[in-house]
Design a protein around this ligand. Sequence first.
Ligand SMILES: C=C(O[C@@H]1C=C(C(=O)O)C=C[C@H]1O)C(=O)O
Length: 383
Amino acid sequence: MTESIDFFQNLNDFLRDKRAFVVYRKPGSSSVKALLQKDSISHRLNDFSESGFAFAPFNVEATPYLIPVEESDFFEFNFPAETSLDDSSEDDLSSGVDFEFMEVDQKNHEQLVQKGIDTIKKGEFQKVVLARSEKVQVYDPDPTRIFRKLLKKYPQAFVYLWFHPDTDYWLGATPESLLNVERTRFKTMALAGTQLYKGKIDVAWGRKEVEEQEFVKDYILESLEKLKGVENVSYSKPYSAKAGNLLHICTDISGSLNSQEDLGALVKTLHPTPAVCGLPKQKALSFILENEEHSREFYSGYLGELNMKSEHKRNSNRRNQENQQFTAISKKTDLFVNLRCMKLKDGNARIFVGGGITKDSNAADEWMETVNKSQTMKSVLVK
Ligand SMILES: C=C(O[C@@H]1C=C(C(=O)O)C=C[C@H]1O)C(=O)O
């Protein structure tokens, strides 16, 4: 393992070369990992048999990027969890926010949401996730320093800094897992419904949020049931999960995957989930593409480890060898939904935020939800 100071110094040298890299830390872990690509080829993900770090846009038609393990230097270092402060309730956010644009943004977003609600009431679809993006002037645009702030602030999130010459910098601290696969077991989650965290996790949820999250859970379960190669699906009770200054409703879902060859089909079934797109998927997607003002790019896409080698210490079963251990090597996939994220370009950040709309949504509340969600990123951009 490298010292983190050395690593960040090396990373700054590497940045000058403009080659692709990613540095990330998984939820609850103190180990920060990095893949620094050695060549300057634009590698893509083709059939999910590849091994590396995947970075996929929201648009399922576009081919995801990949930083392949075999073309990269791999680093891992310790960033102790005790240096973290997962409390975002008292940040002064005003200095990073351009209030002149807020009124226009608010009006536009509320109109968009109202159009979504009206279309749902006409029976076109049941749920649609509508997003906006906001340009923020950054006080200190050094991506590695912002990344370190994210590491400290969000120990329970998947925190990353990605660079690729084709995409610019992306940073995020997402609470949402898309898919975790280890040997034959897989895990995913249905995460939706949002309220501000006010010091208590055990909170009551309104009907709108409960229904919205159930849409997501039911859709995922139904899709898994239909999928060849997936068996033994089970799920937890819904619980409240904290993400920075917010709470969401979460159901953990798990099952078994018959063969590694079914991995691609599973990812394609899950992405995009109704937590970031809507229900039914195609109608909600058309509404998003026709009505959102921006291109989502990598926001609400997915990212993470694909078929990375992982070592486990296991006890030998043989008698008389009780204390013997052997190391088993298997492949691990750990993908996350790209939420609470931003693109960093020429000293400006573009923060992407959205929320699920149902027939019971209120446009002003949905605006506030996006303001609250935007604080995950804004709080590391202010002085
Ligand atoms: C779409 C976003 O978040 C998703 C939507 C949520 C909601 O509608 O309540 C909650 C968590 C995420 O699944 C976002 O953060 O931009």
